[in-house]
Design a protein around this ligand. Sequence first.
Ligand SMILES: O=C(O)C(=O)C[C@]1(C(=O)O)C=C[C@@H](O)C=C1
Length: 356
Amino acid sequence: MDDEALKALRVRIDAIDDAVLKLVSERAGIAQEVGHAKGGERIYRPEREAQIVRRLRENNPGPLSGDTVERLIREIMSACRAVEEATRVAYLGPAGTFSQQAVAKHFGHAVDALAEADIDACFQAVETGRAHFAVVPVENSTEGAVGRTLDLIVASRLKICSEVMLPVHQSLMRKHGGLAGIQRVYGHAQSLAQCQQWLSRHLPNAERISVVSNSEGARRAAAEPDAATLGSAAAAELYGLEVVEARVEDEASNTTRFLVLGQADAAPSGRDKTSLVMGAKNQPGAVVKLLQPLADAGISMTKLESRPARSGNWEYLFFLVCDGHRLDPKLAAALAEIESRAAFLKILGSYPAASA
Ligand SMILES: O=C(O)C(=O)C[C@]1(C(=O)O)C=C[C@@H](O)C=C1
């Protein structure tokens, strides 16, 4: 391309950037007005954000991918939210974890992300008002449920107001060098489990050491030249490591689902999910009886997970996710029927279904 042609294209890009800045500033000004009109009410409206994301994904003219359009608009909404109020979001730290990525994916970068020591601390941060929201992992497509999150949510008064789906790509990282000479591999138990076949094939003699977080693994690998760690590639930059091999997870579609917890759940968005937990009596057919009202109403159940109730009498809790909002008349009627049959029922929240 000759210089003149390049210059002409850049003049057009400059004009577009000026227009984008003008429009984004105008949008932030309107968000500020909305913020004032809310007069102390909650600023973050997950249902509204989900509707905006869905509309733009549908209207996307290309060539940007739907995921890219979502990332851009979420970042713009993040910036607009920030002119209304500073949002504090607790997550399972330290920095560089997949949980931090989930915060950025959902809330954008214009939030105060608070790294907590464990999942319990994430709940407490919101319960005590230190944070507005918490982002906690609840299940992984390869490894299943995160038990601690389920146990805590039963007793907590917090509500689920959103979900975040994060594709999880594990990298193998070390201070310097390739696969040769790696004696130990650190990683969070879930990460080690998600990569076990790859590790057996490529590093059969390396010891696998489970640590509290992948970031702790990264911290150790940075100090031990014959060690490596699993984790998000973001940690490599943070801890001065090199990526030996990217995408070492056994399942290419490995995804972790996170929940956003807050003081209230979300209003209906048009495409929602509802999470609930119920206690079943230890009797034949008890679970079938509890689920029947959903089947009768033609409501899809997308998840059913059982956990010991920990009450010592061999009763189980069933965590269930179904389509719809608890305020939809059909679902509301089914829930009322389940409540009349269950030993215990708690609605954990209705929230917009994630678009990707
Ligand atoms: O519509 C609102 O309620 C706004 O505050 C504006 C806005 C946005 O930027 O579009 C920002 C924050 C809310 O979570 C939802 C949407």
